[in-house]
Design a protein around this ligand. Structure first.
Ligand SMILES: [Zn+2]
Length: 597
């Protein structure tokens, strides 16, 4: 029996978003076409085999998606390309001379070793080590590195999830190997590289060499008990299958009936590879993507804009290798035609209770209004992290993801990235609710007379980020020039939003609002270069100014201060130039609309 949400009726009664209110016909048509039985059939099929990237299981899932689309007449491309992948094979953590030999795994892109042996050093808990969590440039600059001299030559044990930042920091500090102790009594598959997509000549040197293993909480406690009695020598072995693999990617293109080579489109993506059977991470989401592609195609007569749906391979064991390949190969087309990147991941979870949205500022209001209207509850709001196939920030696409999660008091998402993530963890009622939310949000972008973007929110977020970076620098960074352009952009954004809300902006002119938005989005999400993926070490807005904090931590004359200053002056130049580009686009658009500011 499939549970249908009782709140569907609410959609018609409560639509606080004035723009979304004009889109119900496409949304309702799509939702009435999405089939519960088909969602279940797709999810069962896709989750029937393990799907590490490049595996027969992943290829079978991709072929199923493509065949289902083709049978309905949906245009679908299959791309095949080589990607640099890394599969964790096995790990062993032993204390020579004892029978201590717990279950252990290694991680994707860990260094490999037939046996690294040294005295064990316990660093405690990652949460208490902010110095190991700070990324400030293309290479990591560990704060107060001299404090960490004792790490060199040791096998380091630390409680926390194995991630790229601590791995890079411990490698830089000269550790021999790392043992990550899972904070829970389980082992979660993870990835430890700070490269993004297939490495290039620019960043291949950042592929980790440090062997990294993971053990359960209780085994970490056992090691700590041994340490309490005196020094302990530990041996770590890791086996990793790393190299080039052919990957296959299905991409559906659903365009309005009167589409041209220039018709703008939303990019809607989710990963088809998964750890083990990938039930809710993310066979369920893949099924929703498939039903939505079919339903939007069935109602393409109602589309003003197109939707390109991509099932990314290489999300985990090629570290976003699929979405990055697509961003690189379609860079110019996406700059010309891309409207937004909508990511889907982890929907349909059994026991999910909390809704949240992860968006860039321009799409926050749309996502929030869609969830509030459908569930009668305001969702939590956040900014997308540097994860989840967010490979399109250099293009400047605004971001949206809608999440529906389990509560910690219900045990949280305990099967995530484990062999327990199987089909039975999917709740078909939850999956249907979540699929309908994506239908509502996508339908608004695809059929509203103007794209529901909030430019003023974007400029407000930019103001806040400038304040924060100046505060980080403790008075050592001057952002006056950026602030002056931002003030002017704020006034222009208010005028543009007003005119667009009134709905009297011709479609051809409305597209130019992206020329205003994109330069801001890029500096808000990308450090360094729009064309080369960054290390994925950053979370906060204006990541190019992350090193502002170094100016407050160090004294003028210190090497680290001087290096940070050299980096920051270039990043401020890049920022100011981007804001001028945005200002020029706004002025030109306002003039074309005959609006004064
Ligand atoms: Zn996922």
């Amino acid at each position: 029996m499939i549970r249908r949400p009782a709140v569907v009726v609410f959609v018609a009664l409560c639509l606080p978003h004035p723009v979304a209110a004009q889109a119900p016909s496409l949304a309702e048509a799509v939702k009435s076409t999405v089939s519960d039985r088909a969602l279940d059939r797709h999810a069962r099929e896709i989750t029937s085999s393990p799907r590490p990237s490049g595996s027969p299981g992943e290829n079978a899932a991709t072929d199923y998606v493509a065949a289902t689309l083709r049978a309905a007449g949906v245009p679908v491309e299959i791309h095949e390309f080589m990607a640099y992948t890394s599969n964790p094979v096995s790990a062993a953590v032993t204390v020579p001379g004892t029978d201590f030999a717990p279950d252990a795994i290694t991680m994707s892109f860990s260094g490999a070793t037939s046996g690294a042996e040294a005295e064990l050093l316990d660093l405690g808990t990652l949460r208490d080590l902010p110095e190991l969590e700070v990324g400030t440039g293309e290479r990591l600059a560990v704060r107060a590195a001299e404090r960490w001299a004792h790490v060199r030559g040791r096998v380091v044990m630390v409680t926390g999830q194995p991630r790229n930042v601590p791995t890079a920091a411990l490698e830089e500090l000269g550790a021999v190997a790392a043992i990550f102790v899972n904070p829970e009594e389980r082992l979660n598959e993870l990835i430890v590289t700070s490269t993004w997509g297939t490495p290039s000549l620019l960043n291949a040197q950042r592929l980790p060499r440090l062997p990294a293993a993971q053990i359960r909480r209780s085994d970490g406690e056992a090691l700590r008990e041994m340490l309490a009695d005196g020094p302990v020598r530990v041996r770590v072995r890791t086996v990793v299958d790393q190299g080039w693999k052919p990957l296959r990617m299905a991409v559906a293109r659903v365009m309005p009936v009167d589409a041209t080579e220039d018709t703008p489109y939303v990019l809607f993506g989710g990963h088809i590879d998964g750890w083990h059977y990938g039930g809710t991470d993310e066979g369920a989401s893949n099924a929703a993507m498939l039903e939505l592609a079919l339903a939007f195609h069935a109602h393409r007569d109602l589309l003003r804009r197109g939707i390109v749906v991509a099932w990314w391979p290489g999300h985990s064991n090629a570290r976003y290798g699929g979405s990055t390949w697509f961003a690189d190969r379609y860079f110019q087309e996406l700059r010309r035609r891309g409207l937004a990147y909508v990511n889907i991941d982890g929907i349909g979870q059994m026991g999910a209770k909390r809704f949240s949205v992860s968006t860039s500022p321009a799409l926050r209001r749309l996502a929030t209004d869609v969830v509030t209207a459908a569930t009668a509850r305001a969702p939590g709001q956040g900014r997308p992290g540097r994860n989840s196939d967010q490979s399109f920030n250099g293009i400047g696409l605004p971001l949206m993801q809608i999440n529906h999660s389990r509560l910690a008091e219900d045990g949280g998402y305990w099967w995530w990235h484990t062999p327990e993530d199987t089909y039975d963890k999917i709740d078909l009622g939850v999956l249907r609710t979540d699929t309908d939310l994506y239908a509502d949000a996508l339908a608004a972008i695809l059929s509203d007379p103007v794209v529901p973007l909030d430019l003023s929110a974007e400029v407000d977020a930019l103001h806040e980020a400038l304040d924060r970076r100046e505060a980080d620098a403790g008075g050592e960074l001057d952002l006056t020039a950026a602030r002056a352009v931002t003030d002017e952009l704020g006034r222009m954004a208010a005028r543009l939003d007003e005119a667009r809300r009134r709905g009297d902006v011709p479609t051809e002119l409305d597209r130019r609002v992206y020329d205003v938005l994109r330069p801001i989005h890029r500096v808000m999400f990308v450090p360094g270069s729009d064309h080369h993926p960054d290390p994925g070490l950053y979370g906060a807005p204006l990541p190019g100014l992350e090193a502002a904090a170094v100016l407050a931590e160090e004294s003028p004359g210190a090497n680290r201060y001087g290096f940070a200053q050299a980096y920051l002056i270039r990043e401020v130049n890049r920022l100011v130039e981007a804001l001028h580009e945005s200002r020029e686009a706004a002025a030109s658009l306002l003039r074309a609309m005959d609006v004064r500011w």
